[in-house]
Design a binder for this molecule. Structure first.
Ligand code: FEO
Ligand code: CA
Ligand code: CA
Length: 660
């Protein structure tokens, strides 16, 4: 929630960029910039009237709850105390082990990390920066031996490079990056595939595994589906419109039922700079994406990131990328049938028909919730038969109605307004400009859709909506009921007849987030939730093998919530519904990403993203945090090592399920 970052990429992940959805499907209303910080509440500077105490369909649809089993929370672990310091903290009785950090070798011939002499070539074989999504793919069905797949979303050069930040007249200023530093950044993006095994109860990396692999911002990928080979994807370097160098801003993701790794390209617009020629055909397309973002200096050395020189390059990003981790030489595929927008993730589930359903949020204020339903069906007996399932199917966008019902509206060429008269010549145009197509269908403008997690155990789907301070009283709707929604909420969807492929369903709000002790916030955590148990800004979610929901957050800090981000366990059933409990918290400045459990429930993998970022000390006082003077040196706590994003694995001391 840093309104004015000191460095260009500081606070990038939790920042709220200017919304670009100016479609007329709902009146935007006057934009207000009220900042509902916790401190603001405590100081009485709050514009109370700007918060809607709306009672939405949640209440109207909650009657069946009376029939749900009564009882307490399904979680019993000792709760972590919420707060902020330099270290991470896990519940008593558990171990949290750092499994891999930025710079650790991934491929067997990569050098050890030397932060003072880093090169792009070294980085291309080492663990990348800002780990986000984490997936576990068992080898031979094992919960103790498998492949860890990890996204590297973005880079924080002010925390990565010595000497880049200078203090001038008391102010810390980031300098220009060299070509080598830019190439290190590009190599630190993408993903990592790492073989891991649990030996005598302790996880370790298999250093010489044939599966170990880095995917970076220059790895050759193949475009598949409706936009493959389209003129709008052709560049001076690729006349085929199918071969793209790299995948960028891989935020959350997914693992398919057939064991492939999905990387969601989110804020891809940020890597591009320059200006399109006047009246260029892509002007409207790029404006709807807030593009080019101009967050990085890559265009100084690579023309493809300058839209004045390569106006089509950006049409080659913003997709779900599928990787076969079992073949280290496989070419990652950009599955354009699933649409092009700021994809947060791509969690999947098999519908009763055998069709595969993948949910994806478009993370921007006032953008939409999507799902993709494959045309073909999942074949559990023949892995190879599933490898191109994601190229054919129907992409839907959600409309959440005021009465608690919802509709999934198909984005299909020739149907409704999605015709040549509106600039859609084919399905390729629809997937390239997914947002504009969804605007025309009247989709519901949401409060920054992040991870969307289906739960096979209870048949529900959980939508993380992280926040939206720009929503006004005029803009509220039942599914986004709070103006100036600083702390976000979680929607629970029930698809019709429990069929994840259904085109309609019902919904209710599981939680409105924020401090429940401040009435004006309007948070709806159960009264059993302790002062440690509430959170703001839900971002990622996981469901464990017992069907229980875990939520991780992005944006909690000393100023706004008096706590770091972390992982909270949330009851969804019975009388305990809406009770939340803190299990793990990150070091100062970090965001909590990637929660995933092994199927036996005994191992939990967590990604600690951008530790030491954010420009605050533990009490919330502004302070620049950069390479030479970071707010924490987690996880090494060595003066000769920078703060490093890392993946942590949590196990229970003495063994057994994480939470019983
Ligand atoms: Fe990259 Fe929407 O978080
Ligand atoms: Ca986030
Ligand atoms: Ca996220």
């Amino acid at each position: 929630m840093n309104e004015k970052p000191t460095f260009p990429t500081q606070g990038l992940e939790s920042a709220e960029f200017d919304p670009t959805n100016h479609s007329a499907n709902r009146t935007m209303g006057e934009v207000i910039a009220a900042r509902f910080s916790r401190r603001g509440f405590l100081q009485g500077s709050l514009a109370v009237s700007a918060i809607a105490a709306t009672v939405g369909p949640a209440a109207l649809l909650s009657a069946p709850r009376a029939e749900a089993q009564e009882g307490g929370s399904v979680f019993s672990f000792p709760e972590v105390t919420a707060g902020v310091d330099a270290d991470h903290h896990v519940a008593e009785g558990y171990d949290a082990q750092v499994l891999i950090r930025w710079g650790d070798p991934v491929v067997s011939d990569a050098p050890e990390f030397d932060p003072n002499n880093q090169t792009a070539a070294a980085q291309a074989g080492q663990f990348g920066y800002n780990n986000d999504y984490v997936g576990y793919i068992p080898l031979d069905g094992s919960d103790e031996h498998g492949l860890l797949v990890v996204n590297h979303e973005y880079t924080n050069p002010h925390l990565m490079f010595p000497g880049l930040v200078q203090v001038v007249d008391g102010a810390a200023v980031q300098g220009d990056l060299s070509e080598e530093q830019v190439n290190i950044e590009i190599a630190a993006h993408g993903g990592s595939i790492i073989e891991i095994e649990k030996v005598d109860g302790v996880w370790r990396r298999v250093a010489d595994s044939q599966y170990n692999r880095r995917i970076t911002g220059t790895t050759e990928t193949l475009v598949t589906g409706p936009a493959a080979g389209h003129d709008r994807l052709k560049t001076s370097a690729d006349a085929t419109g199918t071969k793209v160098l790299g995948t960028l801003n891989n935020c959350a993701g997914g693992v398919t039922p057939w064991g492939t790794y999905l990387m969601a390209e989110e804020n891809f617009h940020g890597y591009f700079s320059g200006e399109l020629p006047a009246d260029h055909a892509e002007s409207g397309n790029y404006a709807r994406l807030g593009a080019p973002g101009g967050w990085y200096q890559w265009h100084n050395f690579h023309d493809r990131f300058d839209v004045s020189k390569e106006p089509n390059e950006m049409n080659r990003f913003g997709y779900i990328v599928e990787v076969d981790p079992m073949d280290p030489n496989s070419v990652p595929k950009k599955r354009t049938a699933m649409g092009r927008f700021k994809h947060e993730g791509a969690e999947s589930i098999v519908a009763p028909s055998g069709q595969v359903v993948l949910y994806s949020g478009d993370d921007e204020r006032f953008d939409y919730v999507y799902k993709f339903v494959t045309a073909g069906t999942y074949n559990a007996e023949d892995r190879a038969a599933n490898m191109d399932l994601l190229d054919e199917g129907t992409l839907y966008v959600a409309r959440f109605d005021e009465d608690g019902s919802m509709e999934w509206m198909p984005l299909v060429h020739g149907e409704g307004p999605l015709t040549a008269e509106n600039g859609f010549e084919s399905q390729a145009d629809i997937v390239i400009e997914t947002r504009r197509a969804a605007d025309l269908l009247g989709a519901t403008k949401m409060d920054r859709p992040e991870d969307i997690q289906p739960n096979a155990t209870n048949g529900k789907v959980y939508v993380m909506l992280t926040n939206n301070s720009r929503r006004t009283e005029e803009d509220v709707n039942a599914a986004n009921p709070r103006a100036a929604n600083a702390f976000g909420h979680i929607i629970e969807i029930a698809e019709t007849d429990g069929d994840f492929a259904a085109t309609s369903g019902t919904w209710e709000i599981l939680l409105k987030c924020g401090d429940p002790s401040i009435a004006e916030v309007g948070a709806t955590f159960s009264t059993d939730t302790t002062e440690n148990g509430w959170f703001g800004m839900p971002d990622n979610a996981a469901v464990d093998s017992d069907g229980r929901l875990w939520v991780s957050t992005d944006g909690n800090n000393p100023t706004d919530t008096g706590r770091t981000d972390g992982l909270w366990a949330v009851d969804t059933e019975g009388a305990a519904r809406g009770t939340s409990r803190l299990f793990y918290r990150v070091p100062v400045g970090a965001e909590m990403c990637g929660p995933v459990f092994t199927d036996d429930g005994e191992s939990l993998f967590l990604a600690i993203q951008h530790p030491g970022d954010g420009g605050e000390d533990w009490e919330g006082h502004a302070r620049p945090s950069y390479y030479e003077d970071p707010s924490t040196r987690w996880p090494d706590f060595r003066d000769d090592m920078p703060v490093r994003p890392a993946v942590v694995v949590v196990t229970k001391q003495g063994g057994g399920k994480i939470a019983v």
